[in-house]
Design a protein around this ligand. Structure first.
Ligand SMILES: Nc1ncnc2c1ncn2[C@@H]1O[C@H](COP(=O)(O)OP(=O)(O)O)[C@@H](O)[C@H]1O
Ligand SMILES: [Mg+2]
Length: 276
């Protein structure tokens, strides 16, 4: 079998192994309430005022259950990034609520919000946002150290995750010495280092060629197989088609909400034929 198919393992093998770097949150929170991991209620974000008022996100209601891989799609400017930033506590709503793991987030003060973000949310961005002067391993360790892990624990987790994303041999490289796809894999490892409740990704394949795009989608597919809740923004319908569910935004409102059947692995198979 190929290296990639060996890397994809089922839920049951992952759950309950505390040291598994890709273990989903459910493996370590047995008593957790069964509501959605992430919930938006009447969520709105407007910019400017009067004639220049832009309703970037306008009354969005959304529940993301544990373990779901959700794609948010829609044309440029429809509010995808704004929605993701609101869901991740990087931006404040002008109206409505955001709940994470049963806890209301949008009311929190800056420090509490920063703490929650660091521990419970993993972000992946289109342009990677790695620290240029840190090695791949250091980039992955940093959020763990900031969350209070010991240097040794952070090092071990980073090593495990870089191995999982296929970059064990690049741990000491700087981002400038890595390809775009490799950088994004480092960013995904970094997003996972504190075992977040949810991974939020904004156009994670937007700067990648199609080979690197396949690698990243496979990686997301593994995360989902491990039970990781995932929200991915993409304007690329082929990328969206790898999710469990696709919601479309139009002018800041939810225009469509579709559950896709079958596993992402199966749909990924057809993606491999993109270029014939
Ligand atoms: N900081 C900002 N100030 C003013 N308008 C903004 C700002 N950020 C986004 N917008 C506007 O909000 C709308 C949604 O933007 P965005 O969420 O970036 O869309 P998408 O990610 O779907 O391309 C657009 O009309 C955009 O111009
Ligand atoms: Mg955007």
């Amino acid at each position: 079998m190929s290296r990639d198919s060996r890397r994809i393992r089922g839920r049951s093998q992952r759950r309950g192994t505390d040291d598994s770097p890709l273990a989903g949150p459910s493996s370590r929170q047995p008593g957790e309430a069964s509501g959605p991991v992430l919930r938006a209620v009447g969520l709105s974000r407007a910019y400017g005022q009067d004639e220049s008022l832009v309703r970037a996100v306008d009354g969005v209601d959304l529940d993301v259950p544990a373990g779901q891989a959700l794609a948010v799609t829609g044309p440029s400017g429809c509010g995808k990034s704004t929605l993701l930033q609101l869901l991740g506590g990087l931006d404040r709503p002008t109206d409505g609520e955001v709940w994470l793991g049963g806890r209301r987030m949008d009311h929190l003060g800056e420090r509490a919000l920063a703490r929650l973000r660091r521990r419970a949310i993993g972000f992946v961005f289109q342009s990677f946002h790695l620290m240029d002067e840190l090695t791949a391993a250091e980039n992955v360790e940093l959020p763990a150290l900031l969350a209070g892990a010991s240097p040794r624990t952070a090092r071990n987790r980073a090593a495990g995750l870089l191995d999982r994303v296929g970059l064990a041999d690049r741990a000491r490289h700087l981002p400038s010495e890595l390809s775009g796809g490799q950088r994004q894999r480092v960013a995904i490892a970094r997003a996972l280092v504190n075992e977040p409740l949810v991974v939020l990704a904004d156009e994670p394949t937007g700067n990648l060629d199609s080979a690197a795009t396949h690698d990243i989608l496979r990686l997301f597919d593994e995360l989902r197989a491990a039970g990781q809740t995932l929200v991915m923004v993409t304007h690329d319908e082929r990328v969206a088609a790898t999710a469990d569910r696709v919601v479309s935004l139009r002018d800041g409102t939810l225009a469509d909400d579709t559950r896709l059947d079958g596993g992402g692995t199966t749909r990924l198979g057809s993606l491999l034929n993109w270029e014939g």
